[in-house]
Design a protein around this ligand. Structure first.
Ligand SMILES: C[S@@+](CC[C@H](N)C(=O)[O-])C[C@H]1O[C@@H](n2cnc3c(N)ncnc32)[C@H](O)[C@@H]1O
Length: 216
């Protein structure tokens, strides 16, 4: 089980720099806005942001659809403290909880959407599989997962750029991403309508968006 986790920037002491690093180096506004648009959250939906970190995406989802119930979960108490402060400053109603992606504390079928950004490359292959199985369990039939994470490099420049992330977060957890295995892992977990919907060039390599659906 994932008791030991990789913090947002690979090391706990770097977490304070996470938001500026993402904002200035990762086209964060672009890819998170695209993920929110792709998720198409409707009034009355229940949405989980899995591995919510400092809650930038969580807040964007809530602002995109104030009549949805949005919750965030992360394993790191320090990052959750930062998330809670941002949520309070934003004046939005979002519940946060501490927990592990591969044993979610939620009931079966209770979410319409699960969004997750930059979590999966922090997990071993086995933890990715358990996590996707858990997401499948907590989504209602017809519910959708929307993912932003490192994907298969478009070219040798993007492959080279991704080495920085591999040195920071580890090769063991990032190899599935850069080899383009996430869609197959989604299908293996029982998701249908699995697609890579976008590929963005960043200074740290190719960032991909994916979607999948729990069959009805
Ligand atoms: C790179 S950060 C991404 C944060 C946020 N989703 C974003 O896009 O800015 C990865 C987050 O996943 C969390 N995390 C890593 N492993 C986890 C696990 N097994 N369960 C829950 N959270 C985990 C880390 O604490 C960290 O906040």
């Amino acid at each position: 089980m994932a008791e030991r986790f990789i913090p947002a920037l690979g090391h706990a002491w770097l977490t304070r720099f996470y938001d500026p690093v993402l904002r200035w180096t990762m086209r964060e506004a672009t890819f998170k806005s695209r993920l929110v648009a792709q998720a198409d959250v409707r009034p009355g939906h229940r949405v989980l942001d899995l591995g919510c970190g400092t809650a930038t995406l969580t807040i964007l989802v809530k602002r995109s659809q104030p009549d949805a119930e949005v919750v965030g979960l992360d394993g790191d108490p320090e990052v959750l403290r930062r998330a809670a402060a941002k949520i309070a400053a934003a004046g939005v109603d979002i519940a946060l909880s501490r927990g592990w992606s591969d044993r979610l504390p939620h009931e079966d079928g209770c979410f319409d959407r699960v969004v997750t950004s930059l979590l999966l490359h922090h997990l071993s292959s086995e933890a990715k599989r358990r996590t996707l199985a858990e997401v499948h369990r907590v989504l209602r039939p017809g519910g959708q997962i929307h993912i932003a994470d490192w994907g298969q490099a478009q070219d040798v420049v993007m492959r080279g750029a991704f080495l920085a992330i591999q040195f920071l977060d580890g090769f063991a957890t990032t190899t599935d991403n850069v080899r383009g295995r996430l869609p197959a892992m989604l299908r293996d977990a029982g998701f249908a309508e699995v697609r890579e919907t976008a590929r963005l060039r960043t200074i740290f390599g190719t960032l991909s968006l994916y979607r999948g659906e729990r069959p009805r």
